[in-house]
Design a protein around this ligand. Structure first.
Ligand SMILES: [Zn+2]
Length: 208
């Protein structure tokens, strides 16, 4: 399967890595997933929820762990979200699957946690990236991939290396070809070239 939509919550999306909260995980035949405990739902995580995550993470249709991460504007406290994020990093290392991160005004905290967990070598992508060049630079320096959706910062996109760029629909009411057209236009490249690149990047990132 050629994947081009790196991160979506549209359950019926094609050529997509579908993101599901482990608490709702119910895989459909022929689809591939990432599973995590979403930062927006980070308050009141029970032991049972962690067990469900552990179990889902080992499913063959699950190619990545997440989304997880830190959102300073929503969800539990930054301390609690950091603890939960740490749990996802450890799990990703255990099961040998890459990590998909939701980061809102928390790039430094994400990098700090990643380093503290000695996660070097664990592939990590920040999804729905809308930060500026400075934040992009920080994350790229760490070796992370950046995934761009319907809204993005054109300067940050322009400085992202071709082999570190992904695209996504997330939960926006768009299809992946509309996002690809916007990103390709912003970069001044052919849409087919962009799609080839992101498909290759998805494949490499997910070790397919
Ligand atoms: Zn998402």
């Amino acid at each position: 399967m050629t994947l081009i939509d790196f991160h979506t919550h549209h359950q019926q999306a094609r050529q997509a890595l579908i993101s599901m909260d482990a608490r709702d995980f119910s895989p459909q035949a022929g689809k591939v997933y990432s599973v995590g405990l979403h930062p927006w739902r980070s308050a009141h995580v029970s032991l049972h929820d962690l067990e469900r995550l552990n179990e889902a993470a080992r499913c063959g249709q699950v190619l990545a762990i997440g989304e997880t991460g830190i959102d300073t504007l929503r969800g539990a406290s930054v301390e609690e979200q950091t603890m939960l994020f740490r749990h996802h990093v450890t799990l990703a290392q255990e099961v040998g699957k890459p990590l998909i991160v939701h980061s809102v005004r928390s790039a430094q905290q994400v990098i700090k946690t990643y380093r503290e967990q000695r996660a070097g070598g664990l592939p990590l992508a920040v999804h729905g990236f809308r930060g500026n060049e400075r934040v992009a630079q920080m994350l790229l320096k760490e070796g992370f991939y950046l995934s761009f959706g319907a809204r993005f910062n054109a300067a940050a996109l322009a400085m992202t290396p071709a082999d570190r760029m992904l695209i996504e629909t997330d939960s926006d009411p768009v299809n992946i070809h509309e996002v690809a057209a916007m990103v390709a236009l912003s970069l001044g490249i052919d849409e087919r070239l962009l799609l080839r690149r992101v498909a290759e990047n998805c494949k490499r990132f997910l070790c397919l």
